[in-house]
Design a protein around this ligand. Sequence first.
Ligand SMILES: Cc1cc2nc3c(=O)[nH]c(=O)nc-3n(C[C@H](O)[C@H](O)[C@H](O)COP(=O)(O)OP(=O)(O)OC[C@H]3O[C@@H](n4cnc5c(N)ncnc54)[C@H](O)[C@@H]3O)c2cc1C
Length: 411
Amino acid sequence: MDKADILIAGAALNGLAAAVALAGPRALRPLDVLVLDQADPGKFARDSFDGRASAITHSSRRMLEALGVWDEIAVHAEPMRDIIVTDAKPGAAARPALLHFGEEDHGGQASAHMVENRHLYAALLDAAQASPNIRLQGDTRISSYSFGPGLARVTSATGGEAQASLLIAADGRASPARKAAGIETYGWSYDQSGIVTTVAHERPHGGRAEEHFLPSGPFAILPLPQNRSSLVWTERAEDARRIMALDDESFLAELSRRFGGHLGELKVVGPRHAYPLSMQIAQSFIGERLALIGDAAHVIHPIAGLGFNLGLRDVAALAESIADAVTLGLDPGSASVLEAYARWRRFDTVMTAVATDGLTRLFSNDNPGLRAIRGLGLRAAGSLGAFKGFFMREAAGETGRLPKLLQGEAV
Ligand SMILES: Cc1cc2nc3c(=O)[nH]c(=O)nc-3n(C[C@H](O)[C@H](O)[C@H](O)COP(=O)(O)OP(=O)(O)OC[C@H]3O[C@@H](n4cnc5c(N)ncnc54)[C@H](O)[C@@H]3O)c2cc1C
């Protein structure tokens, strides 16, 4: 029987971030952490990981600095200097900008940094592997779970067993740990898929992110280093299946029609992935000896690029709740620690999910009435400085009681 202070199910972005926060090189009171994943974490790092890129907000960047991983990530990060939002049909000659967020809305700084997930993953994996307090075990599918009294225990498909004071479930949207604990979820599918790929273009993007609200859903062009952009191309699920099956030439033709010609000739330079899009929130973020983080706790539409940032906010709040308890000599998996974590995260998560869902419904629709209303709404938003400031701070996770890690302080 393997024993640890904390068990983490899932070694993708949120599971690794939690391990590094609790036991990485910068942790003030490192715990003994065992991380289990059904995949081989080394394979993730060698391959393209999940093909996605994430917009890392200011507070998330401060947290990655406090964890000691930002320097490795920064060389692959592209500052997002401008965001424009348009509402037009694909192929339209002109796409007037309805809304513009620039550095002036952010005290002269870039609003976020775009980083390919493979680089986020590699930096977190390096930090986890460098820590003597973190044991990473790949190729280990957890097949059964028991929670309490006093401990969480798991058994792997090959019969190995492990126990700890707390199990952190970072095992994704289908979270077997959440299901085993009998925690239900609220939510719905959008009947949309997000097609993700990377393109190289002839002309520089100048750090500009573009969100084009096309009839089938948002088409986001997100700046990456070296004249490349990451695309999140939303389509109805059925159309996405057809597009994913196209040969390379036809795929590029469909993509170019939506992208527009402003950055010159395009070339697809990354693999294509399609992700089903849904909104899902766990009815509780905790159970006995169990804390849910990341997609195991909440899945939101990528329209505002906030999913992983929300996961980092979970990690920061949970790590601080645990560190406070450990300082007082308390059990890190006790009900009082878990309740403090759940109280801290619930409101922010629900607010972000509701706002994201509202945006998705308003913009993934070609109804002419809605088109007119959103034009009016966005123009008003664009001209109201205070509203824009509030919206940007909310999206950047700068409101409410910020956990120390998100302020750049170690725990
Ligand atoms: C199209 C798209 C674009 C996005 N863009 C952004 C963006 O710009 N910014 C942003 O912040 N977020 C973005 N997101 C959201 C973000 O990518 C996710 O929230 C994040 O990757 C979730 O990570 P996770 O670690 O919680 O879960 P996952 O990546 O799902 O990892 C779960 C892990 O658990 C393991 N696992 C599962 N079951 C078991 C088991 N039984 N035993 C052992 N291991 C198990 C799996 O192998 C996996 O490694 C986007 C999402 C989509 C779909």
